[in-house]
Design a protein around this ligand. Structure first.
Ligand code: BJW
Ligand code: ZN
Length: 238
């Protein structure tokens, strides 16, 4: 699968993985767009905004609570574990749009969460932030300051955490090879990361069963699932 870039992979010092919902699909976590992207009768994309949250906080919280339960019950798949195992051979960075924490659970040590995390909550008003300990007795949960708590994720129209985004640009600009795995590249600014890599001479590789808007800019496109394709990279390293 990756034979045509085997030399580049062996020579590479730093490899960056830009990942999206597709990498967790084989762990049983639905993607956003496409046939699994809908939840109940609502469009998931309509729930991922601050306006939706203030309009119906209970509904948005129910969505996140249900997703968190599913995510905590899920296990990393061969895609996640391959990326973690590659740290034995190369400098690896993971720039993920996912909020599911599966890269960290697989053992990856350098993960940048561009869109936040579903296991953290924060106050809509004060600086309070903490890990979710258990299920909430009532939704939406309320902060000690009296205002609503919300999931610590990035919704449409919100800025990405500045420190994470700056590091992501830096890592994308410094890598020798970038793998773009399981993302439709429909959402900015994360979809700009391959451009930073390309501008700085990196090899771009896409792993996605479907075409994306950047497919024609790729040095290699693997039309397969991530759990199927990524383990092949390890066989090149050995
Ligand atoms: C497989 C597979 C397998 C399947 N193996 N592959 C107009 C108004 C307002 C804003 C904008 C606007 N126009 C543009 C914007 C900017 C906006 C944006 O990009 N919108 C577009 C949709 C048009 N972006 C933002 O607002 C961002 N912030 C920002 O720009 O700040 C500056 C700003 C400030 C103020 C105003 C405007 C701008 C923030 C974006 C936050 C995105 N948040 C979400 C929700 C996070 C929390 C949660 O999970 O609930 O992030 S939306 C959702 O999309 C989630 C994902 O991380 C993100 C990307 O999705 P992803 O990962 O690519 O998944 P899918 O489902 O799209 O694709 C899956 C892929 O996997 C597919 O290609 C499959 O083929 C593939 N696949 N199985 C491998 N087994
Ligand atoms: Zn508060």
């Amino acid at each position: 699968m990756f034979e045509s870039i085997a030399d580049k992979l062996l020579d590479a010092k730093k490899i960056v993985f830009v990942t999206g919902a597709g990498i967790s699909q084989e762990s049983g976590i639905p993607t956003f767009r496409g046939k699994d992207g809908l939840w109940r009768k609502y469009d998931a994309m309509q729930l991922a905004t601050i306006d939706a949250f203030y309009e119906n906080p209970k509904l948005v919280w129910e969505w996140y609570d249900e997703r968190r339960k599913n995510i905590l019950a899920a296990k990393p798949n061969a895609g996640h574990t391959t990326i973690a195992n590659l740290e034995k051979f190369k400098q690896i960075r993971v720039l993920t749009q996912n909020i599911d924490g599966l890269h960290q659970r697989a053992g990856s040590s350098q993960v940048y969460e561009l869109h936040g995390s579903i296991v953290t909550i924060k106050c809509t008003v004060c600086d309070f932030k903490e890990k979710v300990a258990e299920s909430f007795s009532e939704l939406p949960p309320i902060c000690k300051c009296g205002n609503m708590l919300r999931p610590d994720v990035v919704w449409f129209g919100e800025s990405l955490p500045q420190d994470v985004w700056s590091k992501a640009i830096e890592e994308a600009s410094l890598c020798d090879v970038m793998f773009v795995v399981g993302t439709s590249l429909a959402v900015s600014p994360a979809n700009m990361l391959p451009l930073y890599a390309k501008q700085n001479g990196a090899i771009l590789v896409e792993v996605n069963p479907e075409k994306t808007p950047m497919s024609q800019n790729m040095d290699l496109s693997i039309r397969s699932t991530s759990a199927n394709a990524l383990p092949e990279i390890l066989s090149i390293m050995h």
